[in-house]
Design a binder for this molecule. Structure first.
Ligand SMILES: [Zn+2]
Length: 175
């Protein structure tokens, strides 16, 4: 179906071809890619205890053919489940790339791989998602971390502090 702006709307259904664009189609018209990509397809390879990516990547991209390149622009949103590195509170964080753009040359040394007239955008999306992955997730920028009792001089105070910290943790986990 042809959209109002004369741009083809392509609803993503077959996950195998999700982020591939056919250059022959692009020669005729620009493409709009809208939909959700299962996060497994991104193959992020992130092994971080504090950050989990289990929800699909939401994307809305316009793809066009320039003289000797493919230009993809639009937005990428990846919902993440994080745990604060200081206080261990769980929080949700949307990794958003709103002005995302990828310029993929079809000529020259840096030219992009073309397979059966198709260019796969997945590696470029993956790279930029990874570059923007939070390195040190915090529930808020000034998170003070777990409240710690000030130094007590009595014997056993350290153990009590530790016990209190664990109690705090248990409370947090129950929430
Ligand atoms: Zn925190």
């Amino acid at each position: 179906m042809r959209g109002a702006a004369g741009v083809f709307q392509l609803k993503i259904k077959n996950k195998k071809f999700m982020l591939k664009v056919n250059l022959r189609h692009l020669e005729e018209h620009g493409l709009r890619l809208q939909g959700e990509l299962p996060v497994a397809e991104l193959d992020l390879g992130v092994n971080d205890e504090l950050i989990r990516a289990e929800q699909p990547l939401r994307l809305d991209l316009s793809v066009e053919l320039l003289h000797d390149a493919v230009l993809a622009t639009g937005s990428l949103v990846l919902p993440l489940e994080c745990e604060c590195a200081r206080c261990l509170k769980k929080f949700k964080f949307n990794l958003k790339l709103t002005g995302w753009a990828a310029h993929l040359p079809l000529e020259g040394e840096d030219k992009v791989a073309v397979d059966n007239d198709c260019v796969d955008l997945t590696p470029f999306v993956r790279e930029d998602i990874l570059l923007n992955f939070p390195q040190h997730p915090l529930c808020k920028p000034d998170c003070a971390g777990l409240k710690q009792k000030q130094t007590a001089r009595k014997a056993g105070a350290a153990e009590k502090t530790a016990a209190a910290a664990w109690a705090e943790l248990d409370k947090l986990k129950l929430k």
